[in-house]
Design a protein. Structure first.
Ligand SMILES: *[C@@H]1O[C@H](CO)[C@@H](O)[C@H](O)[C@H]1NC(C)=O
Ligand SMILES: *[C@@H]1O[C@H](CO)[C@@H](O)[C@H](O)[C@H]1NC(C)=O
Ligand SMILES: *[C@@H]1O[C@H](CO)[C@@H](O)[C@H](O)[C@H]1NC(C)=O
Ligand SMILES: *[C@@H]1O[C@H](CO)[C@@H](O)[C@H](O)[C@H]1NC(C)=O
Ligand SMILES: *[C@@H]1O[C@H](CO)[C@@H](O)[C@H](O)[C@H]1NC(C)=O
Ligand SMILES: *[C@@H]1O[C@H](CO)[C@@H](O)[C@H](O)[C@H]1NC(C)=O
Ligand SMILES: *[C@@H]1O[C@H](CO)[C@@H](O)[C@H](O)[C@H]1NC(C)=O
Ligand SMILES: *[C@@H]1O[C@H](CO)[C@@H](O)[C@H](O)[C@H]1NC(C)=O
Ligand SMILES: *[C@@H]1O[C@H](CO)[C@@H](O)[C@H](O)[C@H]1NC(C)=O
Ligand SMILES: *[C@@H]1O[C@H](CO)[C@@H](O)[C@H](O)[C@H]1NC(C)=O
Ligand SMILES: *[C@@H]1O[C@H](CO)[C@@H](O)[C@H](O)[C@H]1NC(C)=O
Length: 751
């Protein structure tokens, strides 16, 4: 039991009461609103009381008219409520939607009060790039589901990157930059994260419209308010140092460095100008930016700022004195603008540019910032490539154990549940550890929901969660039919011990589907590292029996068909089966082509099954509302204010990100997706073209020309990116076909 907060405040602080502090009732308004939103039939059954306590903790108990939650913070209140809903109510909230309103009408009793406590003060969420790969076109209703999902799981430190450009533009205008200078710098709606990172500058496909900037700013104001209501501290943007080129003309004496080169982009689109933090102009811009931001969102909503200067972009100099100077100047500017500022940064660079970032340089860079509580470093890829262990726990600075897991919103299955339950605790308890948080830093939120759920749940358990019992209760909530057919539990037992038990760090990320890559004779299969295509499990003893078990479960209990998450999972598992079978068919095609007795006919015959499989895949995906390309495009277009040109511009951004990613395929297929419509109108035509080409070379006795194949595929991409939905392309917007028939067909044809 905890003391009531008010009482302890008086005991400990005497008469001191901060005038600005909110009353408990005010602080709890957001939680009561959450209860009303998600469990409206029980809106009056839950009561909350804030109590004093050292860490984020809660106690749930039975009350006369329902359930009472005592909690030390608003975030802990939300987690307490969620713990009741999941552990006693048997319901949950998913990326596919909230099922919390399916709580039994008579609320189950708690019995012996249940306590919970976070193992770390920070529960973090988002990668800088999730704002593009997943949320680029989200509206408030999509954000609302996301923020509730986060709050309920106890996340209290979300990145809040939406609408950055509005305040940045105001700041740039103030120092005399013209709108044309600024437009020359900003990137399109689907690419803003990398502009903010200083990887790219400028646009392709058209300049960023002010309508976009204004709409995103309006959205951000609502998001910040909601985050605060839900007990979260938003991590706010700050001035990073990346500036329009014209600033150096306007301020010829300012220290501005250039020369960066990112991912094959032409220098007109990269080579960003970086205003050195040692320059007084940097501090002036920082102060201007932060004061405008405080005026817009409130001055006390957060003192934690996101600021990344060298993401995939090495510093101008490797001299430790220079690096120390950069961070010293940067941090001084933050503290000058906000005396309580804390600097949060993604630690990806220490992994991705490991050869540049020697221990000595990291120590110098972090060492420029005085104190240990003044920074929070996201150890971005802790599950496969932790950096905290080579940096003496970031030399004492606060850091967060993050799961990266997903690149570019790719959708292949992968995970290691055992590691996610053990490694954060081991890191927390390692000697001299300065770990202060656990978080999710996926590039895209796509599928594999269990690997994210389990980590956020582990953040509230001081002992490793028992994976097998965790999976059993997770699936019982996901498919809330009574009784749960044993085959449904069996399907997840199979997946959790195979697909989600990947011990190999070289494939620890979503496994990319090779049909989503530009066709080629070599280089597609068995990739490891940044974008693995090697499949680290045996399909015949994992995906295949899991799909069979799911369909058997539906035969045992037909009501499962009406559970949206069940239908989603059946499509997803069948998708993975087809994906993996494609690799086998592709291998057959290459072998047929390379055979000494290959003929045009033998190559054609070997190519046909690949194309048939892609037809089936497209049809399968079309049966579920969550696997549609049209969602992505419609979400983009809905910001167009009814303007045809603006709509086409938004659609180009949406299409280009998931295909060419750059005007000329600079990071082609990085953010590929298994979406109906994309498979049928893009991946399949590419493979058709490829097979036709292989057949042609055999007919004509020519040798395979990889340069020609690459340029042909890029041309297909450029044409496709220019398309607009429905413009004579015979595409469908919505769901069509039947999931169960398609899943049976997949099993019969491709098992
Ligand atoms: C730039 O520095 C030079 C040399 O110190 C000085 O003469 C000049 O006035 C400065 N220009 C501006 C715009 O501050
Ligand atoms: C990079 O930008 C600077 C300043 O705008 C320019 O002088 C330089 O030529 C650019 N580098 C390349 C390779 O284009
Ligand atoms: C912000 O918080 C500080 C310290 O808690 C307080 O002094 C200040 O008055 C607050 N400002 C506003 C606008 O509430
Ligand atoms: C960084 O270096 C600049 C130029 O050498 C110097 O003027 C400045 O005082 C240094 N800043 C810090 C914080 O060390
Ligand atoms: C840090 O941990 C990872 C994963 O366990 C390991 O591969 C790596 O060698 C460790 N690095 C150091 C310097 O201990
Ligand atoms: C920061 O942490 C390191 C490592 O634990 C310690 O040596 C150092 O004294 C700490 N610095 C401060 C200012 O507390
Ligand atoms: C995990 O829970 C299962 C029951 O679901 C039990 O059989 C097993 O012994 C538990 N494992 C551990 C390590 O406690
Ligand atoms: C992938 O690599 C494994 C082991 O190195 C090999 O057995 C397999 O044939 C390769 N598969 C493909 C499709 O290249
Ligand atoms: C097939 O032939 C291509 C081109 O000659 C070659 O690069 C590739 O390694 C061969 N692949 C196999 C699997 O034999
Ligand atoms: C391969 O195709 C490219 C692009 O069409 C062409 O320039 C090149 O000459 C071709 N190479 C051979 C060996 O035919
Ligand atoms: C795509 O549209 C752009 C801009 O309108 C145009 O420059 C380009 O030629 C088009 N490309 C294709 C392949 O249609």
């Amino acid at each position: 039991m905890f003391l009531r907060r008010g009482l302890l405040t008086v005991l400990a602080l005497g008469l001191e009461v901060a005038c600005a502090a909110k009353s408990s009732a005010e602080e709890l308004q957001g939680i009561y609103a959450l209860v009303k939103r998600r469990t409206p039939a029980h809106a009056n059954a839950f009561s909350f009381a804030l109590v004093e306590g050292e860490s984020d903790a809660f106690t749930i108990s039975d009350a006369r008219n329902g359930i009472h939650v005592e909690c030390t913070t608003v975030s802990a209140c939300a987690r307490g409520y969620y713990t009741y809903l999941t552990q006693h109510g048997g319901v949950d909230i998913w990326w596919t939607g909230s099922r919390l309103n399916e709580l039994p009408s008579h609320l189950p009793k708690v019995g012996q009060p249940v306590e919970g406590q976070a193992i770390v003060p920070y529960r973090y969420h988002f990668n800088t790039v999730t704002f593009d790969y997943t949320a680029a076109f989200w509206d408030f209703s999509q954000w609302e589901l996301e923020l509730d999902w986060l709050a309920l799981r106890g996340v209290n430190l979300p990145l809040a990157w939406v609408g950055y450009e509005y305040i940045l533009i105001e700041t740039f205008r103030e120092v005399g930059l013209s709108d044309a200078d600024i437009a020359d710098f900003l990137s399109g709606p689907a690419f803003q994260a990398w502009n903010r990172f200083g990887n790219i500058q400028g646009s392709w496909g058209g300049e960023l419209p002010m309508d976009w900037v204004n709409d995103q700013f309006a959205l951000q104001k609502r998001l910040i308010k909601r985050m605060v209501e839900l007990g979260m501290t938003p991590v706010l943007p700050s001035f990073t140092g990346f500036v329009p080129r014209a600033l150096s003309t306007l301020y010829p004496n300012a220290s501005i460095v250039t020369g960066s080169q990112w991912s094959g982009f032409p220098s007109s689109l990269t080579n960003d100008s970086f205003l050195e933090p040692s320059d007084p102009l940097f501090a002036a811009l920082q102060k201007s930016f932060i004061s405008k931001q405080q005026a817009a969102y409130g001055s006390n909503v957060s003192h934690i700022y996101t600021l990344d200067q060298y993401n995939e972009n090495d510093p101008f100099s490797g001299d430790p004195a220079y690096l120390r100077n950069v961070t010293a100047g940067t941090f001084a500017s933050l503290r000058d603008a906000d005396p309580d500022a804390v600097w949060l940064m993604q630690g990806w660079l220490f992994f991705s540019s490991e050869s540049f970032w020697t221990d000595e340089r990291i120590e110098a860079y972090l060492g420029g910032v005085p104190g240990n509580d003044s920074m929070i470093i996201l150890d971005l890829y802790s599950e496969a490539a932790p950096q905290w262990n080579r940096t003496k726990s970031y030399y004492g600075k606060q850091w967060v154990w993050c799961e990266l897991h997903d690149y570019g919103g790719n959708m292949g299955f992968e995970g290691n549940l055992g590691e996610l339950t053990h490694d954060p605790l081991a890191a927390l308890h390692s000697p001299g550890s300065s770990m202060k948080g656990v978080g999710l830093a996926m590039e895209g939120q796509e599928g594999n929901e269990i690997v994210y759920d389990i980590l956020l749940d582990q953040a509230w358990s001081s002992t490793p969660l028992n994976v097998s019992s965790y999976v059993d209760s997770w699936v019982a909530r996901r498919y809330p039919v009574k009784p749960l057919p044993s085959a449904a539990a069996e399907a997840w037992r199979i997946l959790s011990t195979t697909v989600y038990n990947n011990q190999d760090p070289s494939t620890q990320a979503t496994i990319k589907s090779i049909y989503e890559l530009a066709p080629a004779l070599t280089g597609l299969t068995n990739r490891t590292g940044h974008h693995p295509t090697a499949i680290p499990y045996d399909t015949d003893t994992s995906i295949l029996p899991a799909l069979k078990a799911l369909l058997e479960a539906k035969a045992q209990h037909p009501a499962l068909a009406a559970v949206p998450e069940f239908a989603y999972d059946v499509v997803d598992v069948a998708r993975q089966l087809l994906t993996n079978r494609f690799v086998d068919l592709y291998t057959v095609l290459v072998d047929a082509y390379n055979a000494s007795d290959a003929t045009a006919d033998s190559v054609k015959a070997a190519g046909r099954p690949l194309l048939n499989l892609l037809c089936d895949l497209d049809a399968l995906l079309y049966t579920n509302e969550h696997f549609l390309l049209s969602n992505w495009i419609a979400d983009a277009r809905k910001w167009s204010h009814g303007s045809k040109t603006y709509g086409a511009y938004l659609e180009y951004n949406a299409r280009n990100q998931i295909t060419l990613w750059g005007p000329d395929g600079e990071i082609n297929d990085y953010a590929s997706k298994a979406w109906a419509g994309l498979v049928g109108t893009y991946y399949k035509p590419r493979w058709e073209t490829f097979v036709d080409y292989l057949v042609e070379t055999k007919k004509k006795g020519e040798v395979y020309n990889s340069t020609l194949v690459t340029s042909t595929m890029l041309a297909i991409g450029e044409k496709w990116d220019n398309g607009t939905w429905g413009a004579g392309e015979g595409q469908w917007w919505g769901v069509r076909g039947n999931t169960w028939e398609m899943a049976e067909h997949v099993l019969q044809t491709w098992a």
